[in-house]
Design a protein. Structure first.
Length: 632
């Protein structure tokens, strides 16, 4: 796990490569505290940099950027290739290795297969590889987007980095806000790929490869082979075995490390399953980590985590977060997030990563993924029922929909039912994946008229339509399955855009590498190919996954009420959020002219009076204001 950077001069420039690649590395020191280095090619057109968190081959032989002297290729790489030993045995038996790192495997695989090597990789990665013979820079990012990669091509240079903050070390890279992206951020509480909040700077698409030559970007295409796969099973038991065996394989692969591997353990189904399978794969000590909240029983799962720890004999560590801990941390989150993400569920990840670091653990396994992939949320059931009614009401005459929309906006403006009728009236899908921020009806009154005019009719529904088009491509002619549409869009939106982002940023803030066995790309394909009827059955969410895990987990874990990994933001931080907006909104609006101040002040009034319906809206505004102060 590392940070990577690069500068490629496409046209003549007097930019000091050594000075600026060093500055970029320094910005990523938290990602790689164990080592750092840079390399500049002979023509002084290319600089590659890297900061290293040593996980595989802790010796100097693993130093990067790493060279393959037999062909003069060079790589800077962030991540882990979990099947690298298998690839060495299968394809590279006759090669001589100078290290036992997966970085060297990548270099030798490229020499053998070129870009085609990507289809063999099982892991999380972002890398840039210089092909000296072709004079081309090859960049790639893993299929789920577990490892971050940003790039821009401007001023005759191609630049890339693991985090935005390093790109800003280059003099001409400006922080110019993209208004349409800001509008989408208010809808999704995150910035949908490939955009960033800044004009002309982009997030590398997951599962994509790019070729950059002397004239700039030559090719940019997907290597992701994620497609619906018709599964062969004759009984439910066979399907259970398929799920269990793939998860078992995923955990085993993700325990490859030259340092101890721990686990985040909430006591829920997913993290408990990971710990159980870890114990099957090692007799060694396993450290597990859990977060609790002081005097907040509705948010605590400590007793369940303790039971799993005892059952599987782990060395268990607990941190109880207090209101003061939370209030001291909230201002810090914008220091970590150079890209905005106003998702409060990310905050516990900070504290649990901090706990792991205190116990000298660099690698942790987590349970991210199955709620989306296997339909683990209770509101998914509500969406399924609503979808059935929506398809019927959709056929109503347009004037009736219009009247209903006008009435509901007068009676209950900004309400969930009002938003559904608004979408119905606009001939849109009722379900917008990941739209947990401000609803369109709320934004129309909250955002200033001038800002709305500046985005020229832009709608966040464009992103929803693109996702749905991608889902039909994934289906490859198979029948539309609404439950699996929920799962697919949850994978693409919640997991890729939010969960993996938070795991990377908040983990790397403490030099912690987080691995997600459920997000093995083969596991993802299996999960998304399972018919929806096996995901919600007999009133049980994640039905087939839970059935598959009955062999290793007790029913009190598998079938208890889901709590989720959240924090008491309303109970503890309402006043802090209120004051943070009240004191700063005028200056922020003076610079951005984004909000209608009357509406914001009205929401603040209701929040102060005890109406918690506006907590999320005001939190989003709070986060945006403080992110803007830090980064703009």
């Amino acid at each position: 796990m590392c940070g990577i950077n690069g500068i490629f001069k496409i046209s003549h420039s007097d930019l000091n490569l050594s000075k600026h690649i060093t500055a970029m590395n320094n910005k990523l020191s938290h990602r790689g505290p164990d080592d750092n280095g840079f390399w500049i090619d002979e023509s002084e057109k290319l600089a590659l940099g890297q900061t290293r968190l040593s996980i595989l081959d802790l010796s100097s032989a693993g130093h990067q950027p790493m060279h393959d002297l037999s062909v003069n290729n060079t790589i800077t790489y962030n991540g882990e290739i979990f099947n690298y030993k298998l690839l060495n045995e299968r394809f590279l038996k006759h090669e001589k290795f100078n290290s036992h790192s997966d970085t060297e495997t990548l270099l030798k695989l490229y020499k053998k297969f070129g870009i085609e090597m990507l289809k063999h990789l099982n892991g999380m990665f972002a890398f840039a590889l210089w092909d000296s013979e072709k004079e081309e820079l090859i960049l790639a990012r893993d299929r789920s987007g577990k490892k971050p990669l940003y790039y821009t091509q401007m001023n005759g240079h191609f630049l890339f980095s693991s985090e935005l903050k390093a790109l800003f070390e280059i003099p001409w890279v400006k922080k110019e806000i993209d208004g349409r992206v800001l509008y989408d951020f208010l809808t999704f509480n995150s910035v949908p790929t490939p955009n960033t909040m800044f004009k002309d700077i982009f997030k590398f698409k997951p599962g994509h490869c790019m070729v950059v030559g002397k004239d700039g970007i030559k090719a940019y295409e997907s290597f992701n082979d994620l497609k619906y796969k018709k599964l062969n099973f004759t009984s439910e038991k066979e399907l259970e075995d398929l799920v269990y065996n793939k998860l078992e394989e995923s955990v085993k692969l993700r325990m490859i490390s030259d340092v101890p591997v721990g686990a985040f353990l909430s006591g829920g189904v997913d993290s408990s399953a990971i710990v159980a399978l870890m114990r099957q794969n090692t007799p060694n000590e396993i450290k597990t980590f859990t977060i609790g909240f002081e005097d907040q029983p509705d948010y605590n799962e400590l007793k369940y985590a303790d039971k799993i720890s005892k059952r599987y004999n782990t060395n268990h560590f607990v941190k109880t977060v207090t209101p003061n801990d939370l209030l001291e941390f909230i201002p810090k989150i914008t220091d970590i997030y150079d890209e905005p993400q106003a998702d409060t569920t990310a905050i516990p990840i900070y504290f649990i990563s901090q706990l792991a670091k205190e116990e000298n653990i660099k690698v942790v396994l987590n349970g991210d993924g199955p709620d989306e992939l296997f339909s683990g949320y209770k509101n998914y059931e509500r969406y399924v029922k609503t979808y059935q009614y929506y398809k019927i009401v959709e056929k109503a005459p347009g004037f009736i929909k219009g009247i209903a929309n006008t009435l509901i906006n007068k009676i209950r403006p900004g309400s969930p039912i009002g938003e559904i009728i608004n979408r119905l009236n606009n001939k849109q899908d009722f379900y917008w994946p990941g739209a947990g921020g401000m609803k369109e009806g709320v934004k129309s009154s909250l955002i200033s008229k001038e800002f709305m005019e500046s985005v020229n009719g832009h709608s966040s529904y464009d992103y929803v339509q693109k996702l749905k088009k991608d889902y039909y491509t994934f289906l490859d002619g198979q029948e539309f399955d609404f439950i699996n549409w929920l799962c697919y869009s949850g994978y693409r939106q919640a997991i890729t855009e939010r969960f993996l982002f938070r795991a990377d940023r908040l983990g790397m803030a403490h030099s912690i590498e987080a691995r997600s066995p459920f997000l093995n790309h083969e596991m993802v394909q299996l999960a998304l190919s399972i018919p929806g009827e096996y995901k919600i059955k007999n009133g049980v969410n994640k039905y087939i996954l839970k059935k598959s895990l009955e062999r290793i987990l007790p029913n009190e874990i598998l079938y208890r009420k889901k709590m989720g990994f959240n924090l008491p933001i309303r109970e503890w931080a309402k006043d802090t959020i209120y004051n943070g907006v009240k004191d700063e909104i005028k200056q922020f609006n003076k610079e951005t002219n984004l909000f209608n101040l009357n509406t914001v002040n009205s929401q603040l009034h209701y929040l102060k009076a005890g109406n918690e319906d506006y907590t999320n809206s005001i939190w989003t505004i709070y986060f945006l204001i403080h992110w803007y102060k830090k980064w703009i």
